[in-house]
Design a protein around this ligand. Structure first.
Ligand code: PLP
Length: 362
């Protein structure tokens, strides 16, 4: 009962992604997509991953605890420097102006030049800006180790042409920058772009993947991914209701006929997204539809006479995967993982997650 996170699935996904040709630069932002920073980073570290990316400095500090000698890259613009220097974190350069303003803090800090190919989040917006950043780093003797971008349209529908233009922009800028500077790591592809195996990204050293590690695909179904997440709950009450009766709060649902309903002790307060009701839940391998809405602490299924109080309900698992709900168009897969609350009991399979790591900073 509750949530089960399968660390062996994460191990297996890491291995399978790497058979595509490049080592993984693991994206573990937001508590490793809300699957748990410690177990996920510890597992990937045991599997040999030595490159991790997060969004914030706080997340990077946490990753450092579990991955003592790994590269840990902070993507957000950094303005506090003590931990970066003490814990040897890598930092992304968001713009030329940021670089110049932060110059006094940057000696010995490993820097990654980010190219903005169209997302308008961070990164050099023109080739000229990128060139100025490289020149500044060289003149100042800064440790410019990485070159990267992020493709915001890699998993968008109907944006293939625009995505291709962005890949072309990165390929063009990055190949010209590589002629001027020796970068240790070049990383661009997220999960969806990894699948495209675009020859224009042949000079990249790593794939910077998140959702694939956890076993889900934002694009077409990927048969070889192993889902890492299951969620079960149980039936806590069963009722017979009459035609015309409402169920739960409001009048949004009116029973068309006499029916048998089951009450589940799970709702959006546990992070079960309302989007989940677009597909049935399974009890003893039989599918039953959600009715009415998903409320804060409860939700409802229309069931048959086989269902009893105490029966196990599969919310996510073998029959309904995160990806299946994503394909209904009502919530994306990272969003469903991130919504889930840790107030639900959790169990980890396939890992030695209780052993405290030996914390040694590089
Ligand atoms: C989240 C993120 C990724 C990973 O994206 P997935 O689609 O989960 O593989 C890669 N790079 C950056 C900069 C990100 O923010």
């Amino acid at each position: 009962m509750g949530v089960t996170i399968d660390l062996n699935a994460i191990r297996e996904n890491k291995r399978r992604i790497e058979t595509l040709g490049r080592p993984v630069f693991a994206v573990v932002k937001n508590n490793a997509y809300n699957l748990g920073m410690e177990p996920v980073v510890t597992t990937l570290y045991e599997e040999g991953v030595r490159h991790f990316m997060v969004t914030t400095l706080e997340e990077a500090r946490e990753v450092r605890t579990y991955a003592p000698d790994a590269r840990v890259l902070v993507m957000n613009p950094v303005y506090e420097w003590q931990d970066v220097q003490e814990q040897k974190l890598d930092v992304a350069i968001g713009s030329y102006d940021w670089l110049v303003a932060q110059r006094s803090q940057l000696d010995g800090v490993r820097l990654h030049l980010k190219l903005d190919v169209g997302m308008n989040r961070f990164g050099a917006k023109t080739f000229e800006e990128a060139l100025a950043i490289v020149a500044f780093c060289q003149d100042e003797g800064l440790d410019l180790v990485g070159l990267c971008t992020h493709f915001p349209l890699a998993d968008a529908d109907n944006a293939e042409i625009e995505h291709s233009i962005q890949v072309e922009r990165f390929a063009d800028w990055s190949t010209r920058l590589i002629e001027r500077h020796a970068f240790e790591v070049v990383h661009a592809a997220n999960s969806a772009a990894t699948l495209q195996a675009d020859a224009r990204l042949a000079h990249c050293t790593h794939v910077r993947v998140g959702i694939f590690l956890y076993g889900y695909s934002s694009v077409e179904p990927v048969e070889w991914l192993v889902p890492a997440f299951r969620w079960e709950t149980e039936v806590i009450a069963v009722h017979q209701i009459e035609a015309g009766a409402h169920v739960g709060y409001g009048t949004g649902y009116t029973a068309p006929a006499q029916e048998r309903i089951a009450v589940l002790s799970v709702g959006y307060g546990d992070g079960l997204m309302r989007a989940r009701r677009h597909l049935p839940a399974h009890i003893n391998d039989r599918a039953f539809p959600f009715i009415s809405n998903i409320f804060m602490s409860h939700s409802f299924l229309r069931v048959d006479e086989t269902v009893q109080v105490g029966d196990v309900v599969e919310l996510y698992g073998n029959t309904t995967k995160i990806d299946d709900v994503t394909r209904t168009g009502h919530a994306n897969n990272s969003e469903q993982l991130c919504a889930r609350s840790w107030r639900v009991p959790h169990r980890f399979e396939g890992g030695n997650v209780c052993t405290p790591p030996t914390n040694q900073f590089v």
